[in-house]
Design a protein around this ligand. Structure first.
Ligand code: 9G3
Length: 574
């Protein structure tokens, strides 16, 4: 490809809404352009990277025995009503009516569509297992799209769905996908970790997220310093404290204290001269429209993803003031477990608390020396709090490390959630009708490319791994008016292309500095400089983008060096 013919608008200006490196660099490198909020166009350079990622995904999905299909983006509401998800999702699901006034949506994912496809044409165990995948545009009307294509509304996803006769089969499918994902992200040159994740609304029993380690990552992750435990903080279990014997003689008498306008933990600690560990935080939530009081020690935070999965609810939100009044006869800030008119659920952090401070469920009052059993009952304890740096590994008690990551893939065990709801059954060996056991597996194609930038860049721009680079080599004659330079550049260009190397020749009539800056910005792994001084000795310079090292070689040596280097890099990633 010749640079002068490419639609490749590189630039220095950074859009004001570009908060992270990959967003800034994808715009400056002429890879993407914003059409409207959360919706982007891929320009030729960006699209070449997308195609590289897709190619790796296809090779590894096919190797794992999955078969590629292509499903519609427009989905009929009926399928989502069958699965019960039509009501479950809010504005994020883009709904519309077609000309027959039928309700539809733009697919944010395809569990319903693929289950409908399979239930119509898979009837017996002999046709299972099956793993079907597609690479297709998804639409999710994000309330606050940001970070460029990292969190956008319309994006390309590889989504796969496995169908098995039973849990054992589904486990094998899950492991095959887990292995395929590891190969995909390795081949894309990414440093990644699979972490245990929350299954969220999707249901099903288990899931792993594939996280690319990057400080700008949206997800907080926790890792054990010695065993291989790794989890998204949202899901991370907290080691359960052992219950100490209760010494009731140590219970001090209840004391109601006037605490005018003292509401937050900090204010209570200051006013009563106690520490947050002595105070019980009573948070009132509205859980599927009924109030639940959640108790946690004053120095801890509630993890709403854990609370949601413990309660198994559809909707969970902090109660508004009127609900708080209904349940505690007082405004926000004085809620406590004594005589509260709601279900109580307590985090394990609370289990050994004695003589603690609680809200009095009376405006401007708190109570000291409250004790479980004597003053109020708690029948439900669960792991509901956010894990902290000071916590130890829930598997082996070793210290934990925290990091941030970008979710590029997510694999789920779905069980029979969709096959039951949509009657996707098969006849087993004994002719008995059984529900298929499913799994689903997603990879964000654009997000994988963006995550690669977050892990591979410097002050001059992107540093693409060879495996997903838009071109492998850039040839830069420093002055195209110099016949000798241009002839040598053209010779190298043809020679490398004949060897299957993906080359871009910078034939623009620009100053060398502009060309060098663009080559670094768009992140081409190798740059060959054809300049007068070196050429006078019959040499050219080959610069390796990621290390900065420069080799001075003859034209023939350069060709061989480049072919060997590219092959070696591709092998190293695989
Ligand atoms: C929706 C909307 C947004 C959604 C979903 C449904 C996320 C939804 C979870 C998944 C699970 C897996 C197959 C590929 C891998 C991920 N956001 N999820 O189900 F209606 Cl608006 O998509 N699906």
């Amino acid at each position: 490809m010749r640079y002068s013919e490419m639609f490749l608008p590189t630039g220095r200006e950074i859009p004001s809404d570009a908060e992270i490196v990959s967003h800034r660099l994808m715009i400056r490198a002429g890879m993407i352009r914003k059409l409207t909020s959360g919706i982007y166009s891929y320009l030729p350079l960006g699209f070449r990277v997308i195609k590289k990622v897709e190619q790796i995904v296809r090779e590894e999905m096919n190797r794992a025995g999955a078969q590629e299909v292509f499903l519609p983006a427009v989905q009929p509401a009926e399928l989502w009503q069958e699965s019960g998800r039509w009501q479950q999702y809010g504005k994020e699901l883009l709904r519309f009516r077609d000309r027959q006034d039928r309700e539809c949506c733009l697919g944010p994912t395809h569990e319903e569509v693929i289950t409908d496809l399979v239930r119509n044409d898979v009837k017996t165990y002999r046709q299972l297992p099956r793993n079907l995948y597609q690479i297709q545009t998804k639409f999710r009307d994000e309330v606050r799209p940001r970070f460029g294509i990292m969190r956008c509304k319309e994006f390309s996803m590889k989504d796969a769905y496995s169908f098995d006769v039973d849990e054992k089969g589904a486990e094998i499918s899950y492991e095959k996908m887990f292995e395929a994902y590891s190969r995909i992200f390795s081949r894309c040159g990414l440093k990644f970790r699979a972490v245990e994740a929350d299954t969220g609304n999707i249901g099903g029993s288990f899931s792993h997220e594939f996280m690319v380690m990057a400080d700008t990552g949206e997800d907080a992750l926790v890792f054990c310093s010695s065993c291989d435990y790794a989890a998204n903080v949202e899901k991370a279990e907290v080691a359960r404290p052992e219950k100490k014997a209760v010494d009731e003689s140590a219970f001090s008498p209840l004391e109601e204290i006037h605490t005018p306008d003292v509401r937050t933990i900090e204010e209570v600690c200051a006013f009563l001269d106690v520490t947050p560990q002595d105070v019980v935080k009573t948070l009132i939530f509205l859980v599927d429209d009924s109030p639940v009081a959640v108790l946690v020690r004053g120095d801890e935070e509630i993890n709403e993803a854990k609370l949601r999965s413990y309660l198994g609810c559809d909707s969970l939100e902090l109660a508004t003031d009127d609900i708080i009044y209904e349940v505690t006869d007082s405004p926000r800030g004085f809620a406590g477990p004594i005589n509260i008119k709601s279900r109580i659920v307590a985090d394990y952090s609370f289990v050994n608390m004695t003589n603690c401070v609680v809200g009095a469920n009376k405006e401007d009052y708190h109570i000291k020396n409250a004790n479980i059993g004597r003053d109020f009952k708690v029948t439900e304890f669960a792991d509901l709090r956010l894990i902290k740096e000071t916590d130890s590994c829930p598997r082996c008690e070793s210290p934990l490390r925290f990091a941030r990551g970008i979710e590029v893939g997510h694999v789920f065990k779905l069980g029979t959630k969709y096959s039951k709801a949509m009657k996707a059954t098969y006849l087993d060996k004994d002719g008995k009708e059984k529900y298929m056991v499913m799994g689903c597996y997603g990879i964000g194609i654009g997000r994988t490319a963006a995550a690669s930038i977050e892990q591979n860049y410097d002050d001059n721009g992107i540093i693409w791994p060879v495996s997903i680079a838009p071109f492998q080599v850039m040839i830069t004659p420093v002055n195209i008016k110099d016949e000798a330079l241009l002839t040598t550049a053209e010779k190298l260009y043809q020679g490398l292309m004949d060897k299957g190397i993906e080359v871009i020749l910078d034939d623009r009539d620009e100053r060398a500095g502009v060309k060098f800056n663009d080559a670094d910005l768009i992140g081409i792994p190798l740059r060959i400089t054809v300049g007068p001084k070196r050429l006078a000795e019959g040499k050219v310079e080959v610069k390796i983008r990621k290390s900065g090292e420069v080799e001075v070689l003859s034209v023939d040596e350069a060709e061989k060096f480049i072919v060997d280097w590219v092959q070696a890099e591709l092998k190293a990633d695989g």
